[in-house]
Ligand binder design. Sequence first.
Ligand code: GDP
Length: 431
Amino acid sequence: MANVVVVGAQWGDEGKGKIVDWLSERADVIARFQGGHNAGHTLVIGGTVYKLNALPSGVVRPDKLSVIGNGVVLDPWHLVEEIASIRAQGVEIGPETLMIAENTPLILPIHGELDRAREAVASPDAKIGTTGRGIGPAYEDKVGRRSVRVADLADDATLEARIDRALLHHDALRRGLGLDPVDRATLLARLREVAPEILQYAAPVWKVLNEKRKAGRRILFEGAQGALLDIDFGTYPFVTSSNVIAGQAATGVGVGPGAIDFVLGIVKAYTTRVGEGPFPTELNDDDGQRLGERGHEFGTVTGRKRRCGWFDAVLVRQTCATSGVNGIALTKLDVLDGFETLRICTGYDLDGKRLDHLPTAADEQARCVPLYEEMPGWNESTEGARRWADLPANAIKYVRRVEELIDCPVALLSTSPERDDTILVTDPFAD
Ligand code: GDP
């Protein structure tokens, strides 16, 4: 398989970082295709810890091309800082190793201000729980055809015209929210200052990637967040502002859908969610507390405590379908060590009827009661297991049952944060 898409198959934080790192060693090109710098990946390579938000995971490896595709929204000042901090760790980053699509929309300071002002006035149950980094408002401006895009930084007259178009809209909104009008001169000055830093990486990414494909190069499409946060198929409105599902990999960089050979869904052996929104299998008891503590379930970007619950096979079956997942990487199996009994949600009861999917209507989602199947747990440690033979029988039974219920095979099984503590069943890049 030449090209692999990695998508989170739950609400994010499934452990994509480790798996993407593992795969990026074998890819030639690593491309981000959606999201912004709200993604938080921690990579540990040769004992060095790298923290990445906007940069693709390939950037810390020499000889790889890292690509930021047009499906991403980019905060240029944050990117410059991130590049500087990775460089300070001894990594070389230049136009040969990093390319940014010219048609990538920018996140401006006014987007973060709008994000935070709106969350501040929203009633408690209407808050989305955004990271406040302006990603949502930047996507709104893209669809509203008033974005400043990377290519606009190259021409001052265009840049001014783009800013004026954006400010017409933003100043009206800001008035309603009690914010001062935008300081146009300062915003323009800041953009002019950052422009050369960004433009050195600007490229027609669609063209470069199509050429790479023809030359037989392996592309890894690196997804952020998770499919249940997808703007169309997630738990709307408690979702992110972009498409997260695998189809976005094609539109987010400019290759055809046929360019995707294997979709790897990253799935945690239980469920977590950050922020607001429906979560049928959420546990507010000792078991939930234990999952959170054993799994270190605190956000890498926000530090927020993640909500925890049992594995929900209904949701993962659904995301495997909407992303066309060919195989999953099941992560954090070791966190389940020591539970006497495990529960897996196999369906929902909605007003006395059994459902095998999450309904779309918010009121119905709220009334869904999870139906559980119980499985015996295991006392032995699975941490660090690298072979099936290292796993207790009940752990294998749990994994097999997950495969059956989500109707998708396990390609990789992760048993610790260490990259080599992984059981390989199917190599996504293998022909
Ligand atoms: P991402 O956003 O999907 O990359 O997920 P995060 O990086 O936020 O969460 C993954 C966290 O779990 C990181 O701290 C990883 O080191 C850790 N992790 C990944 N896989 C495993 C695993 O199999 N077992 C355990 N215990 N931790 C893991």
